[in-house]
Design a protein around this ligand. Sequence first.
Ligand SMILES: *[C@@H]1O[C@H](CO)[C@@H](O)[C@H](O)[C@H]1NC(C)=O
Ligand SMILES: *[C@@H]1O[C@H](CO)[C@@H](O)[C@H](O)[C@H]1NC(C)=O
Length: 172
Amino acid sequence: MFYSGTLRLLAIACFFLSAHGLLSEHELQSLCPKDRGFCPKKASQAALHNRIQSCCKKVGKVEMKFCLPLCGYNTTLEALDSGLGVKCVSQLTTWAYCAADANDNRECCKAKGVNPECLSFCKGDVPTCDLKSIFAYQPCLKQMKAIVECHVENLSAEARFDPAWEAPCDWE
Ligand SMILES: *[C@@H]1O[C@H](CO)[C@@H](O)[C@H](O)[C@H]1NC(C)=O
Ligand SMILES: *[C@@H]1O[C@H](CO)[C@@H](O)[C@H](O)[C@H]1NC(C)=O
């Protein structure tokens, strides 16, 4: 029971992480100010990855150090399905906060038809205080693609996350 719930959550995580590697126009501009038309996709993916990683490193607790390989927009299902993925479910809160980069993207999500009960993901505010709250997030799985699109679309040139932020609840 515990593990099947965990795996469902990992599936959520997977959708969340497998966001396309697109950057906001601002970020592209800062990355390739002269010839952004030719800016390689790889470079933008790396920039996006560095950005969420620096957030996870800054606000993550000790456990996040161990989970850093999974803090990204591009993490694969294989990676999440590994032992590391199972151990890192409790870091969902930190990860959601970092993916949103402290933006409240609920307006974007509403426009894309995300369910009201999943809007916490759009705000990057997903407390994981107990297993019960985690199960409540499962219906949001189908909406994760739209949610991640909203996060990536609304990234600002400079990171917005608060370095002093702490996950409101973490279990384990
Ligand atoms: C995600 O992208 C970063 C930067 O491009 C790369 O270093 C990392 O290995 C990638 N992770 C996966 C799971 O593809
Ligand atoms: C983008 O983020 C800002 C700052 O959090 C927020 O006020 C705005 O509503 C967001 N845009 C959308 C379309 O969600």
